[in-house]
Design a protein around this ligand. Structure first.
Ligand code: KIV
Ligand code: NA
Length: 277
């Protein structure tokens, strides 16, 4: 496959060809997503939860993100790679945002960085874009501000809140974002945002009316046997598959079934004899 660029994505949007996007956090999953033809891969700070077992995304550091994004790029050389900016790496000042996003771009070879926020981030976004850093916006449910939102909750469910989200989307586009992620808002709100913008909009749990769809890979593959958000459709049950493989291994070692002879290296009789003498 040819390298996916922002032009590829803009053309897909123009042609009405749906864009697929998934998260990935490591090399093996990146290889599989590239093979499946996923166009955009997000190395999300959701790795705090999916990979590190944290309660949220706030403890995730830039170094963690850079390490994971570097591994994902190795497995997915042609995907459009999004490096997610973790908590407090872009909120403090434009200078810090540019310095930290610059590291993400230069050290991981990603194609764009993503940050959360609307109108209040517009000036920072404009400064980053001026400094050559492509930016993807993220509005709606923004996990880095769950303390202010009162938890992981759908957003924009009143007309007043929805109007604010549309203003956020427009301000971000005017500031120069190349892509916008809209998370956990009702489909009617997504439709208005998509209509208001000319850049590709990606939906995460916000319905179909967007240029593309994003889901968390651990959710769609059923990696955990715990709660998943309403918008997650499960396409595999890795939890069962992996659990069954692991239990079989444990049982076979405990009962002496493994390792059978075919899983060992041969040695000539005479050598064995010499060894024993
Ligand atoms: O970190 C992440 O995976 C994300 C998605 C939830 C949009 O930002
Ligand atoms: Na994120």
């Amino acid at each position: 496959r040819k390298k996916i660029t922002i032009h590829t994505l803009n053309q897909m949007k123009e042609k009405g060809e749906p864009i697929t996007m998934l998260t990935a956090y490591d090399y093996p999953v990146a290889l599989l997503e590239e093979k499946a033809g996923v166009e955009i891969i997000l190395v999300g700070d959701s790795l705090g939860m999916t990979v590190y077992g944290m309660d949220g995304t706030l403890p995730v550091t830039l170094d963690m993100m850079i390490n994971h994004a570097t591994a994902v790029r190795k497995g997915a050389p042609t995907a459009f790679l999004v490096g997610d900016m973790p908590y407090m790496t872009y909120q403090i000042s434009k200078e810090e945002a540019i310095r930290n996003a610059g590291r993400m771009m230069a050290e991981t070879n990603c194609d764009i960085v993503k940050l959360e926020g609307g109108v209040e981030m517009a000036e920072t976004v404009a400064a980053m874009v001026k400094a050559t850093i492509p930016v993807m916006g993220h509005i709606g449910l923004t996990p880095q501000s769950t303390a202010q939102m009162g938890g992981f909750k759908a957003q924009g469910r009143t007309a007043e809140e929805a109007v604010k989200l549309i203003e956020d989307a427009k301000a971000l586009e005017a500031a120069g974002i190349s892509l916008l992620l809209v998370e956990a808002v009702p489909p009617a709100v997504l439709t208005e945002i998509t209509k208001a913008l000319s850049i590709p909009v990606i939906s995460l749990g916000a319905g179909a009316d967007a240029a593309g769809q994003l889901l968390i890979v651990h959710d769609i593959l059923g990696f955990f046997d715990r709660f998943v958000p309403k918008f997650v459709k499960k396409y595999a049950n890795l939890n069962e598959t992996i659990h069954s493989g692991l239990s079989d291994y444990v049982n076979e070692v405990k009962t002496g079934k493994f390792p059978e002879e075919k899983y060992t290296y041969g040695m000539k009789e005479e050598e064995v004899k010499k060894l024993k003498d």
